[in-house]
Ligand binder design. Structure first.
Ligand code: GAL
Length: 461
């Protein structure tokens, strides 16, 4: 008997800090990003997430749009400091009520909620106690996860534990360009090790709560190409690949950190405690991969630790987005296969893909032709992967609407829906309408294929 294809999850993704606003309202505690954004010169344009898309008040209007666009899956994150203002102990009931309403509003519209537990907005109080550098983060996180399971586990069955650990530890604890603005290798390695353990803690805890839940965690990833055939550039590319694409996924899958290809990682062992090698491992139902671009890598003696530098898209004069990220659609197909090659990876969901471009607003129409062409081209490779990789089972566009793009402020717009920040007006862009038709067509094709398979199976019997 032939196996029937698994259902494919089409969706859109958002995060709490980037959309909710209401940063200091209804009992929410401050997050590291609320504090960081008030520091001079940290966020482009001096922007803050205080109001953002006002999703806290406008979630119903936004979910109406998701429903009108026939998008069946909605990924959002829970703001830890909204439900536990100090990070632990005292619960903010108004925060719980908000996510109760949000989840119910999804379900009433036939939209499946996918909850990310940590999308970078650590409660400020926990950072004051050491944040990701303090191993106690594991028990703080576990307390928070338990509360979320107790409150929402009756209606949410799809969970993503962490969003992009490399980015929040690398940019936040090594480069200091994201919250909490810490710098240095020690700070990075301890944060990274605790984040690695936390992803495993979260996965185990959710599966223990309910073995039927669909649990994963997400990773930033970029296809890596050496700048030239020289052995130096080739080896530099291996190091950057280990850092950007393997560092967090391999310990989870049981391989440990990729120390052989990235010798400086050996230092992370000084943060090990008894049994950590085992504790780093867990069995996710899926991994979420988040891909926007590729990186071209050249050897460099001047970059400490990795002896490699990235040659940016403008310098290489290749097509790129507003953020100078190369548009390289075939990379997403290669990455899906790269992760599918790990036997321990059961399923893959592209949990983010999208692009920032300047949009042209004409009256009530938004012709975002560059985003449209970006998405269409990436989709060709998603479709290819659906045909040749049985592990791929979902794709989420980043993002539903334009939002607070971290250190870049509100300037880069990634949304399928435009936000006019002067009055919070939502306008669906051309790319949004295209995605709607794409999903409807795909569902129709999947249905036909499913019926064919059923028919053939009956014939074979
Ligand atoms: C990801 C991140 C999102 C979003 C996106 C676009 O790294 O998870 O929150 O900002 O990039 O840059």
């Amino acid at each position: 008997m032939k196996l029937l294809k698994k259902p494919f999850h089409w969706g859109v993704a958002t995060s709490a800090l980037q959309t909710e606003g209401a940063s200091y309202l209804d009992g929410k505690g401050p997050s590291i990003w609320d504090e960081f954004s008030l520091r001079k010169g940290k966020i482009a344009g001096g922007h803050t997430p205080e109001i953002a898309n006002s999703f806290y008040y406008r979630y119903e209007e936004d979910l109406d749009i998701v429903q009108a666009l026939h998008i069946p899956n909605f990924r959002f994150s829970i703001s830890w400091p909204r439900v536990l203002p100090q990070g632990t102990r005292n619960i903010n009931q108004k925060g719980i009520d908000f996510y109760d309403r949000l989840i119910d509003a999804c379900l009433e519209r036939g939209i499946t909620p996918w909850v990310t537990l940590y999308h970078w907005d650590l409660p400020l109080q926990l950072e004051l106690n050491g944040g990701w550098n303090n191993r106690d983060i594991l028990s703080w996180f576990s307390e928070y996860v338990e509360l979320m399971l107790q409150k929402f586990g009756d209606r949410v069955s799809n969970w993503m534990v962490l969003n992009e650990p490399l980015v929040f530890t690398g940019a936040g604890y090594f480069l200091g360009i994201h919250a909490p603005g810490k710098k240095g290798m020690n700070s990075f390695l301890s944060a990274a090790h605790h984040a690695s353990l936390a992803q495993a803690v979260g996965i185990r805890q959710i599966k223990e709560h309910n073995a039927l839940f669909n649990v994963g965690t997400t990773y930033s990833c970029s296809w890596i190409t050496p700048f030239s055939d020289s052995p130096n550039d080739q080896q530099a590319a291996v190091r950057v690949d280990a850092l950007m694409n393997r560092f967090f996924v391999e310990p989870l899958l049981g391989y440990g950190y990729p120390v052989k290809d990235l010798p400086f990682l050996k230092e992370i062992e000084k943060f090990y405690q008894k049994d950590d090698e085992t504790l780093l491992k867990a069995t996710p139902d899926f991994i979420g991969i988040q891909n926007y671009t590729r990186e071209v890598v050249k050897h460099s003696w001047f970059t400490p630790y990795i002896n490699a530098k990235l040659i940016d898209a403008r310098t290489r004069q290749v097509p790129h987005t507003l953020l100078n990220w190369e548009i390289y659609p075939e990379g997403i197909h290669s990455l899906i296969h790269k992760y599918a090659a790990y036997p321990e990876v059961k399923n893959i969901i592209v949990s983010e893909n999208g692009a920032a471009f300047p949009d042209h607003v004409t009256g009530n129409e938004i012709k975002d032709s560059q985003r449209l062409s970006y998405l269409k081209n990436y989709m060709l490779h998603i479709n290819r992967a659906r045909m040749d990789c049985s592990k791929l089972c979902g794709y989420f566009v980043w993002s539903l609407h334009d939002n607070f793009e971290w250190a870049e402020g509100y300037y880069p717009r990634f949304g399928l829906v435009h936000i006019d920040y002067s009055n919070q007006k939502r306008t669906i862009k051309e790319s949004g309408y295209w995605y709607k038709n794409h999903i409807l067509n795909q569902k129709y094709e999947d249905k036909i294929q499913h019926e064919h398979q059923l028919f053939n199976t009956k014939e074979e019997r």
